[in-house]
Design a protein around this ligand. Structure first.
Ligand SMILES: O=C(O)CCC(=O)C(=O)O
Ligand SMILES: [Fe+2]
Length: 181
């Protein structure tokens, strides 16, 4: 699948959920944007990173209020991310598009290029399990619910394309086991 690839990880999603919820009340480290975080060496996230060394030590927290959308965009600084649902994903959609021609407007605070043009929806899904996203394709998020949607978006170490990351997880023994979500 060209846009998104679910990965079965042996991770404790409840532990991740509590870490992220706790992180959200903290300020991001100096020099980082409000949604950017670095993995704390002593946290469970660092254990996961050792198990899956394709994961970098930085991640984003996306908080999307009820009734809001993330506009169609392409991520400026990355090709791929491992997104993990934290809260309120049921009934929300991550949508991928194609476009014959479009204009990009760089948004510095979200580090993405907003897309304006003729968009054709190609694929939509609910991010209800850890999933690799191809963030070089135009994508948006729709939260029609009346509560916030929270997603952890884990960066992949430099040098990996979406296809490389899919291949890496497919080859990873630990990731093909039954997950324990
Ligand atoms: O939360 C999502 O489903 C996707 C958010 C997004 O734009 C991204 O991870 O690049
Ligand atoms: Fe994005």
């Amino acid at each position: 699948m060209k846009y998104a690839h679910a990965v079965a990880l042996s991770i404790d999603i409840n532990r991740i959920r509590s870490i992220i919820i706790e992180e959200m009340i903290r300020e991001s480290p100096k020099g980082l944007l409000y949604h950017q975080r670095i993995i704390d060496k002593n946290s469970y996230l660092s254990e996961i990173q050792q198990k899956y060394p394709i994961l970098s030590n930085s991640f984003n927290i996306y908080y999307l209020s009820g009734g809001k959308k993330i506009e169609p965009h392409i991520d400026s600084d990355r090709f791929v991310a491992l997104n993990i649902p934290i809260r309120g994903v049921k009934g929300t959609a991550t949508i991928f598009y194609s476009s014959p021609s479009y204009l990009e407007t760089h948004n510095k605070s979200y580090i993405y290029d907003a897309i304006n043009g003729d968009l054709k929806e190609e694929f939509r899904f609910c991010l209800d399990t850890p999933t690799l996203l191809n963030t070089k394709h135009i994508h948006s998020v729709d939260n029609p619910n009346n509560k916030a949607r929270i997603v952890m978006s884990w960066n992949i170490i430099p040098g990996y394309s979406y296809e490389d990351a899919v291949e890496w997880f497919n080859a990873c023994q630990d990731a093909t086991q039954q997950n324990n979500l």
